[in-house]
Design a protein around this ligand. Sequence first.
Ligand SMILES: Cc1ncc(C[n+]2csc(CCOP(=O)(O)OP(=O)(O)O)c2C)c(N)n1
Ligand SMILES: [Mg+2]
Length: 488
Amino acid sequence: MMNISPWLARTTRRGGGNFVKNIIRSINHVTLLCSNSNDQITTASSSPNLLGDSINQKETPVFRYSFTGARRYNSMQAGEQTLCEDDDDTSEKAQVMDLPGGKITYTFVMNFLPGSSEERVQCYRVLDEDGYPISDKLEHMSKEVALKVYRGMVTLNTMDKFFYEAQRQGRLSFYLTSFGEEAINLASAAALSFDDIILAQYREPGVLLWRGFTLQEFANQCFGNNIGHGKGRQMPIHYGSKNLNFITISSPLATQLPQAVGMAYSLKMDKKDSCVVAFFGDGTSSEGDFHAALSFAAVLDAPVVFICRNNGWAISTHVTEQFRSDGVVVKGEAYGIPSIRVDGNDALAIYNAVCSARATAINEQRPILIEAMTYRVSHHSTSDDSTKYRSKDVIEYWKTVHSPIMRLRKWVERKGWWSEKQESELHLEVKKQVKRAIDDAEKEEMPMLRDMFTDVYDELPSNIMEQERLLRETIHRHPDDFPKDIPL
Ligand SMILES: Cc1ncc(C[n+]2csc(CCOP(=O)(O)OP(=O)(O)O)c2C)c(N)n1
Ligand SMILES: [Mg+2]
């Protein structure tokens, strides 16, 4: 079952499970101690159901849960929050105090919350490693979507292989692959509407691919040629597309996260029927911007879906050196954001979770967080050799046993939607297209030197004009230090 908020289960583990116990007790007609809106402690012996219905409305405890099961603390409505006695604290009645953030009970038991729980948050999945559904009620992906997702995953994987090789051959200055993370890329994109605004990190080009960014456009950006959208002003892989609602990638980690919240808030003000989706990695969750973004998103009730790709590594830093918490999902919970952990190599699980998260973000106007568990099969980038800090066996294990592409392929084949023949035709066709895109991009002219300074200001300000003059002077003095293929 997909439970978008593990809050209920987790409070039980943390010794704060009395709220949950009281819900259960209330169903069994057990006397419940609670406070009403007049701050008086009353006993309710009615039998409210989970929606808070009760025979005696005045004494009904108010369970502030949405359908996702997430409690929303709202300081403006603090008086409505329900408090229950802590029945682990002996028979003494716990005192209730109305504080600015809402009411809480006091206890004389000194009980530190554990820093981290031994029992880790569970991971939602639909398909096992062999592509068999673990429950037949969970397969919600249609044939059309499944085949588009599968084709996209193969295309992304092939593009990565060829672009990576082009960098090794010295044709590209830099590249970064998404090996092992193809399911997060394509299945999340499939669950969204084209109106949803994407702010990605850099390992999510599959979202753009899904939306129609062509292989030629990818190649043009990477080669920094005259027809690439960046005109060579950015490193390769810093894609963006105004038409496809995909904000251009920015190198400094986590900057996209507060920006995503701001954009989501503007969608909210304009009463738009869409949301913002922000992708980031496990390492990025250590940036201050991540925490600021989650806090703002929660208090502003911004319709933003945070998708963390927890791939185990931030370049050579392992997750165990990154944080002591149970990953990133618990951080969403800590900020009051409904959160779920999902198998990131299971396209169907990602699809279901993102569909549900999107619906919640828009219908309930609130943020939501998905932690997609995966593994970075590739080196961090072409500037990295990951075999220096991890074993080849582990990489091989994730590449084969947990391959998201193989898993989905097995599923579509068993459904009778895909054949060996279609598989080889697809590979042949995609390889041809990728090679052609690289060759064509390479043949294009480089942007004019002038283009370094254009497209920001309508009229060049004097300081920028001065920079251009100095650059030209320097090139004139040291012509051998500048690339010959840039038209001056
Ligand atoms: C603010 C900032 N600090 C450091 C870097 C250097 N850097 C680039 S990628 C990276 C690792 C990010 O890891 P993660 O967020 O887990 O993403 P992944 O590469 O695993 O997809 C680092 C440290 C940067 N680009 N920006
Ligand atoms: Mg990472």
